[in-house]
Design a protein around this ligand. Structure first.
Ligand code: THU
Length: 141
C-alpha cells in the first residue's frame, strides 16, 4: 500500500527511517531536550542525515529536516525522492511550518513521519503544505 503510493520499495522506506533514527542520536538540543532526526533521499540514491541544532539564542535553532535538506543542496543535489523525520512524539512526528516551506521549495514529493514507537504516516508535500507560496509567485518579474 505505502509502496504503491510512494513508488518506493519497503526496503527504501525502512532504510531512510533507519538513517533518520541514527541522525537523531547526533541531536544538539540542550535547551528543549527534544531530539529530532531526518534523512533525505536524493534522486541518485544518495542519503543525507540531519539532526536539530539548537542555540542559546533560541530562534536561531535549526530543525533536523532543514539540516538534512541544506546538507544535500550544499553538496549539489536538488532532485529528491523522499524525506523521513523521527522524534519521540505521541503520533508520527509532523514537520514544522518552516520546514514544510523548505520542503516545498525543493519539491520533496514524499514525507515519511515516524515516532519512536514505530507509528508511521506517509504524506505528499501537497497534503502537508496546501496553497503554498512558491517560486511561481516570484519568478519572471
Ligand atoms: N524540531 C525539529 O527539528 N523538527 C521539527 O519538525 C519540529 C521541531 C526541533 C526544533 C527544536 O530544536 C526542537 O525540535 C523543539 O522544538
Amino acid at each position: 500500500m505505502i509502496e504503491k503510493e510512494t513508488h518506493m520499495t519497503e526496503q527504501e522506506i525502512q532504510n531512510l527511517i533507519d538513517r533518520a533514527i541514527v541522525a537523531r542520536e547526533k541531536t544538539y538540543s540542550p535547551y528543549s531536550h527534544f531530539g529530532v532526526g531526518a534523512a533525505i533521499l536524493c534522486e541518485d540514491g544518495t542519503i543525507y542525515e540531519g539532526c536539530n541544532i539548537e542555540n542559546a539564542s533560541y530562534g536561531l535553532s535549526n530543525c533536523a529536516e532543514r539540516t538534512a535538506i541544506f546538507k544535500a543542496v550544499s553538496e549539489g543535489h536538488t532532485n529528491f525522492k523522499a524525506l523521513a523525520v523521527v522524534a519521540d512524539t505521541e503520533g508520527p512526528c509532523a514537520p514544522c511550518g518552516a520546514c514544510r516551506q523548505v520542503m516545498g521549495e525543493f519539491n520533496i514529493p514524499i514525507i515519511i513521519m515516524r515516532n519512536m514507537k514505530g507509528n508511521i504516516k506517509v504524506v505528499s508535500i501537497e497534503a502537508l503544505l496546501p496553497f503554498s507560496f512558491s517560486s511561481n509567485d516570484v519568478i519572471d518579474r
